[in-house]
Design a protein around this ligand. Structure first.
Ligand code: G3P
Ligand code: MG
Length: 246
């Protein structure tokens, strides 16, 4: 917790970074075992429009399935193995739904950053569907999920579907008009590649009323520098090397 910002400064990337299969419940449990209390994860829609955790547009890298995520129904995705690719200890780990993660995180008092990551061409539908689902799954929660996306179309759809859920714009490179973009989308925060940040950029965002998050910081000394400049949220794979503040 940081002043008027209800989220912790340390956020585990895709659950537990690289120590467990990304975007699975096993990863969240692993991240939590290192003291992490907030989790970033990637969400896209199955072919029948259900939000599931998956980074890539295709199933091949992180599951036993093949092809585009939206070519399969939720039932078909639920039958896949999302753990064996990582290591035998995680064989049979399922692909979680957003609903399963909402249950797990709220039962344990954890907070979330939902990255809306549409398959190409499905930006608007995904932004709206994920935001609506998040609104109902976190109804009554003391702290809402923080939504983020590289897709401005998805963020605009999320804004229209669930205006009360806070949004952050993900930017891999900061364009000259980054502040205008945040304002246009009525975002609460910039969430950029950490290489784009220095003390001046963070101060400029704060002066304009925005919080600043960044990804993916795996070097503890870089993390220290960013936090000393007033960074509000640091997304890391290195959950075993970067200790979260209590
Ligand atoms: O949410 C920040 C970060 O996760 C963006 O990059 O590719 O790991 O989803 P990526
Ligand atoms: Mg992500």
């Amino acid at each position: 917790m940081n002043g008027d910002w209800p989220y912790p400064r340390h956020i585990a990337h895709r659950g537990a970074g690289k120590l467990a299969p990304e975007n699975t419940l096993a990863a969240f449990r692993h991240g939590a075992s290192f003291g992490y209390r907030m989790f970033e994860f990637d969400v896209k829609l199955s072919g029948d429009g259900k939000p599931v955790l998956m980074h890539d547009a295709t199933l091949d890298r992180t599951t036993s399935g093949h092809g585009r995520v939206d070519a399969l129904t939720l039932g078909e995705i639920a039958a896949l193995d999302a753990g064996s690719w990582h290591s035998p200890a995680f064989a049979g780990e399922p692909v979680p739904t957003l609903a399963a993660i909402a249950r797990y995180t709220q039962a344990n008092g954890y907070l979330v950053n939902i990255e809306i990551k549409p398959v190409p061409g499905d930006e608007y539908r995904t932004g709206a569907a994920v935001a609506l689902d998040a609104l109902s799954l976190w109804k009554g929660a003391a702290v809402p999920p923080l939504l983020s996306s590289f897709s401005e179309v998805a963020l605009e759809a999320a804004r229209l579907a669930a205006s009360g859920l806070p949004r952050a714009l993900l930017l891999d490179k900061l364009p000259a008009d980054w502040l205008d973009r945040l304002r246009r989308l009525d975002c609460v925060a910039l969430d950029s590649n950490h290489r784009e940040l220095d003390a001046d950029v963070i101060a400029a965002a704060h002066a304009a009323g925005f919080k600043v998050l960044c990804y993916t910081v795996n070097d503890p000394s870089r993390a220290q520098d960013l936090l000393s400049w007033g960074l509000d949220g640091l997304i890391t794979d290195a959950v075993d090397q970067i200790a979260p503040q209590p």
